[in-house]
Design a binder for this molecule. Structure first.
Ligand code: ADP
Length: 413
């Protein structure tokens, strides 16, 4: 099967193509045979397309008014030139989309029908930067590839199992019915990370009480029991929870009101301040990239040291706050850019959790390879570093859905 995975952001679009045997889905993740990235954000006049396949890297510009978000030109590179990996586009079996917001309506991947498109559209007010891009992309695939099966894999789906007490805000209950509730995000990554960590630890997923820490530019935790998400740190929007690269995470909800009243900032201004100018960047100043902050901290920069201390402190607090609901902790897994690469964050975070009987093996932590155990053998909590594979997880959902479809089952994985 040739599975095309599309991951559309507000100003970028990533695509990759996996070739997967029909007989069985591989246990370990394979690399895509073709990858393309369009950056629409850097220049107002054009998008920058980069394609990698067959050991070759091709770059070109796409006109900003290219039809179908430039998808036709992107897919042309699958069948032409040095990056050609297909004889014809009709070889693509199925297309999977990462869709940020499925509300509380989708707990699993689903084939895209008119009703699914309508739901994605209805949810635009909850994900104004992402859901319009997903819809555009779905329509673009229809225009370029015709009636190919398309699948939506939702970032919210994994968290639909969160019980009401964790999903409801302590505001007038009517608002819950109007959709003001905790949805959670990064679900594709949390689910994959949990399954991968369970497999590697040799224990059934259902037997583990675990916390997965997806620490990228955006960052969130998921508390997982019996393989299901029972809490997560992001909420109504991805702004809640941990301190992130440029997002504040949780703050006193009166602060935005104060800023609007006292400084004249409007809603858009506050939105920008909390999403783009806060978090690590807000404290450190020059950037929210943890690599730069770690370097500056080494060089004695006090704001870099403060940003790091705050980041870790809030992360520890959020981890600890989930343990009562889990009833203990068997496994902690770090994933994504910071989680996979920063031994300093992992070490400082785990140092505050030793009261749980958690013991990190510092040697393994510093030399950690992808998908490795970094706790010591007598630690009561296993600590893993898991390589994030969101696109592979989407491809897997597509593969499973296609298999079930062939056997005549309904619209579910
Ligand atoms: P996104 O959420 O945009 O997908 P990533 O998962 O790629 O982000 O994570 C990006 C972040 O990972 C960067 O901002 C950087 O702070 C962090 N990062 C990447 N490599 C390292 C490293 N070697 N050490 C510390 N932080 C790193």
């Amino acid at each position: 099967m040739k599975i095309l995975v599309l991951n559309a952001g507000s100003s970028s679009q990533k695509s990759c193509l996996y070739e997967i045997p029909e007989a069985a889905f591989p246990e370990t993740a394979a690399e895509p045979i073709w990858e393309a990235m369009v950056d629409w954000g850097a220049n107002p006049d054009y998008g920058s397309l980069t394609v990698v396949a067959n050991g070759s890297k091709q770059e070109r510009h796409l006109a900003s008014d290219a039809p179908s978000r430039g998808l036709e030109a992107v897919l042309e590179t699958l069948v032409q030139g040095e990056t050609q990996v297909l004889g014809s586009l009709s070889e693509i079996t199925i297309v999977g989309h990462r869709v940020v917001h499925g509300g509380d309506r989708y707990s699993q991947a689903t084939f895209i029908t008119e009703a699914v498109k309508q739901t994605i559209e209805e949810l635009i007010p909850l994900a104004p930067n992402h859901n319009p891009a997903h819809l555009d992309e779905i329509l673009a695939v229809e225009a370029v590839l015709g009636e190919i099966p398309q699948v939506a894999v939702f970032d919210t789906a994994f968290h639909t199992s969160i019980p009401p007490a964790a999903a409801t805000y302590p505001i007038p209950y009517d608002w819950f019915d109007k959709g003001i509730r905790r949805y959670g995000f990064h679900g594709i990554s949390h689910r994959y990370c949990a399954e991968q960590a369970a497999t590697l630890s040799g224990k059934p997923l259902e037997s583990l009480r675990m916390i997965t820490a997806h620490l990228g530019n955006g960052a969130s935790l998921a508390a997982i029991r019996e393989g299901k998400s029972i809490n997560t740190s992001m909420g109504f929007t991805p702004l809640e929870g941990l301190m992130m690269g440029t997002r504040s995470g949780s703050i006193d909800p009166a602060i935005p009101l104060y800023l609007m009243k006292e400084t004249g900032l409007d809603a858009q201004g506050v939105d920008r301040l909390l999403n783009k100018e806060s978090g690590l960047k807000g404290i450190f100043g020059p950037s929210g990239d943890l690599r730069e902050i770690l370097q500056a901290r080494e060089a004695g920069n006090p704001r870099a040291a403060l940003a790091f201390e705050m980041y870790v402190g809030r992360l520890q607090g959020a981890i600890a706050s989930m343990i009562p609901q889990l009833g203990g902790l068997d496994l902690l897994a770090f994933t994504a850019g910071v989680g996979e690469n920063s031994s300093a964050v992992r070490s400082a975070t785990c140092a505050g959790l030793e009261f749980l009987g958690l013991q990190l093996d510092e040697g393994k932590n510093r030399g950690s390879a992808k998908n490795s155990l970094i706790s010591s053998p007598n630690s009561s909590v296993q600590v893993w570093v898991i390589h994030a594979q969101e696109d592979w997880a989407i491809a897997r959902d597509c593969w499973q859905l296609a298999q079930r479809h062939r056997k005549g089952y309904s619209n579910e994985t």
